[in-house]
Ligand binder design. Structure first.
Ligand SMILES: NC(=O)c1ccc[n+]([C@@H]2O[C@H](COP(=O)([O-])OP(=O)(O)OC[C@H]3O[C@@H](n4cnc5c(N)ncnc54)[C@H](OP(=O)(O)O)[C@@H]3O)[C@@H](O)[C@H]2O)c1
Length: 287
């Protein structure tokens, strides 16, 4: 097997560090945890207007003393910021809060603002037009989507002049969204994994524990290495410097094809219960 590289390359040639730091619930106002992540070596950060921590991230980047272009900063526009004008305003506000004059990646957070909206495809396209304009003006280096399944991507791809470069999806052992990932990969769209560790819902899973023991690593490292070997970019969040470092230490071991197959075949586990087209329900997990 070829070892995954430490960067992925997007369809427009932009390089993106292969492990990003997830910031949801990492912090709101305080930038200390983000400064700790920078000190541990993270240069790729995933935020969103919804997370309320763009200003804290901007401060951590500024206080690092490192040049802006050492960082890869992603943000997302929220459900209430969809539509062309609203998206353009949301982008400006995000840049203001981050204290930067460009973004590396900007995503539409969810394909529909609510389940009642029937013509969500038209709203997605109108929003996408704003992202295309931002991309063409050079204010963002790459654009993409999040939580888009093939049925949401198809109408967008049919009308887009710039195809999405990224789709950020829930992805971890026990919830690998095979069809959506295969669709993205066939269309040159890099999949990023949100909740790549299953947000602790996979703790103690016997298969992960067995593989971790066999490779002398942690179950979290198994999840993250699994994503990388599937060609998926993981975005782990942690509040501890030790776990932050552990989550970057993924390149000194590799999973065999049998181990990968076992992880792919793992029955559903750790699902967040979130789905773009359904109300949140209690997960019927089989562990
Ligand atoms: N696009 C979307 O709709 C969407 C949705 C959800 C999340 N996201 C993005 O994806 C990122 C990651 O997802 P997530 O925050 O939901 O969950 P996650 O990264 O799967 O899991 C985070 C949890 O795992 C723990 N953890 C981290 N490293 C660990 C390790 N090495 N060993 C044991 N436990 C460890 C953390 O605890 P400690 O903090 O105590 O270390 C935290 O409780 C988010 O922060 C956000 O940027 C995007």
């Amino acid at each position: 097997m070829c070892s995954p590289a430490k960067q992925f390359v997007l369809s427009n040639g932009v390089s993106i560090p292969a492990v990003g730091f997830g910031t949801y619930k990492a912090t709101e106002r305080d930038s200390a945890v983000l400064s700790a992540a920078i000190a541990q070596g993270y240069r790729h950060f995933d935020t969103a207007s919804f997370y309320g921590n763009e200003a804290a991230l901007g401060r951590a980047v500024a206080e690092s003393g490192l040049p802006r272009d050492d960082f890869f900063l992603t943000s997302k526009l929220w459900k209430t910021e969809m539509g062309c004008d609203a998206a353009l305003r949301a982008f400006d506000a995000t840049l203001d809060r981050l204290g930067t004059d460009y973004l590396d990646l900007y995503l539409i957070h969810w394909p529909r603002p609510d389940l009642e909206l029937e013509d969500w495809a038209a709203l997605d396209l109108e929003t996408w037009r704003a992202l295309e304009a931002l991309y063409q003006s050079g204010r963002v280096r790459a654009i993409g989507v999040s939580n888009f399944l093939p049925r949401h991507l198809e109408p967008l791809l049919a009308s887009a002049s710039v195809a999405p470069m990224v789709d950020q999806l829930e992805f971890h052992p026990g919830y690998i969204q095979e069809e959506a990932v295969a669709f993205c990969q066939a269309h040159g769209i890099l999949v990023e994994a949100w909740s790549p560790l299953g947000r602790n819902r996979l703790a103690g899973h016997p298969l992960l524990s067995r593989l971790a023991e066999a490779h002398c690593v942690s179950p979290a490292q198994i999840c993250l290495r699994f994503a990388l070997q599937q060609g998926v970019l993981p975005l782990p969040k942690s509040s501890s410097p030790e776990r932050m470092a552990e989550n970057l230490d993924l390149f000194s071991f590799s999973l065999t094809e049998d181990e990968m197959a076992a992880l792919r075949a793992m029955p559903q586990a750790g699902w967040s219960e979130e789905h773009p087209d359904r109300p949140r329900v209690r997960a019927q997990e089989v562990t």
